[in-house]
Design a protein around this ligand. Structure first.
Ligand code: ZN
Length: 279
């Protein structure tokens, strides 16, 4: 792994995750690793969001130049962001989906140019359906390694999908754990739509949510949010292997002066999973 720190207007840290041994074991993986679009781009780090740094300096206009596929949130933690096919959407705590103005800013997001390296047509066995845990297990079996980042796109009809969104917070900002206590939960049935997901390796915890992070948007662009649970029978699933990871740290005083010494990963998991307290 190579770390490069550039001193620009804003500090950039570029992390190349290139495993020589990994390159050697599969020609398909090796060619995927050479795709210049396979960079995961992230403004700020999840630890800052956990600690209540809810205002970032990056506009959606700038974020759009780093990818056409992604998820995240907005300044003030005002709802869940979904980017599909180069279009940003804001799923607010009222459950409605709003267009995103390019001058809006984000304290945390993750985007990439989605170029599938592996595509699967998933069919649940028999007449059954699978839940989120089973889907996650299935995806892990499709990954050539758990040690790189993946963007995951799932298109299908979801028998059931449970999402959440968080209302805009007021200063002084609480921690993420406190903020999600006021989350709105949405339960939907028979929704055609897209799950936008990412897998981050365990070693990335603190920088990103280790493991999976999924957001959802229905095809009508009328509902979505941060995914807490789902059930599906059939879906088109695509994995984009993303071996490069680029973090752009905010230059906001709140970020620079925040105590980011240690985030409890258990608290983070709780804030971002179905175990989160429902309103
Ligand atoms: Zn989320």
């Amino acid at each position: 792994m190579k770390f490069r720190i550039k001193n620009h207007k804003i500090t950039y840290i570029k992390i190349f995750v290139l495993f020589t041994a990994f390159l050697a074991f599969s020609p398909a993986v090796s060619s995927a690793l050479e795709d210049p679009n396979d960079v995961l781009f992230q403004p700020s780090v999840i630890t800052a969001l956990m600690q209540g740094v809810f205002d970032g300096s990056m506009t959606y206009e700038e974020l759009s130049s780093h990818g056409d596929f992604g998820l995240g949130t907005f300044n003030g933690l005002d709802g869940e962001m979904v980017e599909v096919d180069g279009q940003f959407y804001q799923v607010k705590a009222d459950g409605a989906v709003y267009p995103v103005n390019s001058s809006m800013k984000t304290p945390f997001a993750i985007v990439t140019y989605f170029t599938p390296d592996k595509e699967m047509n998933f069919h649940a066995s028999g007449n059954g359906s699978i839940n989120l845990t089973m889907l996650q297990r299935y995806l892990e079996n499709q990954m050539p390694s758990k040690n790189i980042f993946y963007a995951i796109r799932i298109d299908g009809v979801f028998d059931y999908i449970k999402t959440r969104s968080v209302p805009a917070q007021v200063k002084p900002y609480p921690t993420l754990t406190e903020a999600v206590k006021n989350q709105s939960i949405f339960e939907m049935f028979n929704q055609s739509g897209t799950v936008i997901g990412f897998w981050s390796p365990a070693y990335a915890s603190g920088i990103n949510l280790a493991g999976y992070h999924f957001h959802f948007l229905n095809n009508k662009r009328t509902a979505g949010g941060h995914v807490l649970d789902l059930r599906l029978k059939n879906a088109s699933i695509a994995l984009d292997y993303t071996p490069e990871f680029f973090v752009n740290l905010p230059n906001e005083i709140e970020f620079l002066q925040a105590d980011l010494g240690g985030t409890n990963q258990g608290d983070l998991k709780k804030a971002e999973s179905n175990a989160a307290p429902a309103r």
